[in-house]
Design a binder for this molecule. Sequence first.
Ligand SMILES: [Fe+2]
Ligand SMILES: [Fe+2]
Length: 194
Amino acid sequence: MDLIKQIKLDLSHSLSSSRFKHIEGVALMAKELATTYGACPEKAELAGWLHDIAKEYKAKQLLDEAERFKLNLDPVDELSPHLLHARVGAQIAKEKYSIIDTEVLSAMEQHTLGKPSMNILEQILFVADAIEPTRKAEWADPIRNKLKSNGLNVAIVEACKNTIHEIITKGHFLHPLTVETYNFYLNETIEGKI
Ligand SMILES: [Fe+2]
Ligand SMILES: [Fe+2]
């Protein structure tokens, strides 16, 4: 069985059907964006299928796994352990499926918080996660529209704006990397740089 078939089968047994649909949407969207923006479609699809592999882990499991994998934690990671699903997921992909491609692994790691100066695969997975077809229109349409009219950098700013607004509205902790990602890509989109 090829790797993606095996991953799909495993995910269909371990995750809720809505999560599976989201992941499938991200994988197909990432593949499509990779074709459009000149990244490797196979790597984008693989990163998409794997990106939320640890999304349904409980907080304690994420913290335990972060310790086992010796991840450096920001205080906000400890206050909001669900944020760790991205970095823990990359470690699980390495361990369970022997993924060694650093581009695939780093795209998985950055898909939730982003970071300044992401490579093309990291940008694609970050945006695909925000706009795949099962995302609600109210959340995703402004990002989809920015992507269509202005490209990836502006779409990343819009996705960060949505996330920051939602986090503040819900009274959750804001991770410094989300702010750094927003600031970096906002600066990238000022006139003359797009
Ligand atoms: Fe995620
Ligand atoms: Fe996701």
